[in-house]
Write a protein that binds this ligand. Sequence first.
Ligand SMILES: *[C@@H]1O[C@H](CO)[C@@H](O)[C@H](O)[C@H]1NC(C)=O
Ligand SMILES: *[C@@H]1O[C@H](CO)[C@@H](O)[C@H](O)[C@H]1NC(C)=O
Ligand SMILES: *[C@@H]1O[C@H](CO)[C@@H](O)[C@H](O)[C@H]1NC(C)=O
Length: 193
Amino acid sequence: MTLRFLWLGLILLVQTQFSVPNLIPAPSLHKIPLTPNFQDKQFQGKWYVIGLAGNAVQKNQGDSNMYTTTYELNEDNSYNVTSTLLRGQNCDYWNRTFVSGSVWGQYTLGDIHRYPNIQSYTMQVIDTNYSEFAMLFFKKTSSNVEYFKTTLYGRNKELSSELEDRFVHFAKSLGLTDDHITFLTPIDQCIDD
Ligand SMILES: *[C@@H]1O[C@H](CO)[C@@H](O)[C@H](O)[C@H]1NC(C)=O
Ligand SMILES: *[C@@H]1O[C@H](CO)[C@@H](O)[C@H](O)[C@H]1NC(C)=O
Ligand SMILES: *[C@@H]1O[C@H](CO)[C@@H](O)[C@H](O)[C@H]1NC(C)=O
């Protein structure tokens, strides 16, 4: 009996250690810049995801194809958000809603009950000039683990090296290292429509 419990305890211990990765801690939201006077109408439309950095992002691992995220504003100031990505030979779509939060320019995930593991999800726009680039910050708690990421968006598939450097600098200011910063490979399939 005791031995059985001991074994069970050992198995649980091993499982916990493997399933909870040693992640870089997520910064507190109020330390993240927020673009002043955010213009939600101007932010709408299609953005190419050019850079991606986060505590669960591994450079040179898995799929690094460029994808797009499109924002459509609803009358209640929420966005319908659609990401379009190439998966194998097919185009894949991922739809969700971002609801305007208590701070202007900050959004939370709509219909959060549809995602049983997600306890919280926040997005905010750090900086953008609407016509060329944007930098965003995302933080989510999923199965009690805090994940964060920052993305560099472009209206086109390429941005200046100055903007890329600014993005890397910002990612590092969040405690991320080069291993957690990746630039996506431009493709033509799916994302040009
Ligand atoms: C957002 O999505 C909802 C539900 O799919 C739809 O009814 C609505 O028309 C969409 N809004 C816009 C601006 O496309
Ligand atoms: C996702 O949104 C796009 C654009 O609004 C729409 O064409 C597509 O049918 C939606 N897909 C799903 C699975 O809801
Ligand atoms: C912002 O947008 C304008 C176009 O309206 C562009 O010419 C300018 O270089 C952009 N970039 C930055 C970093 O301000």
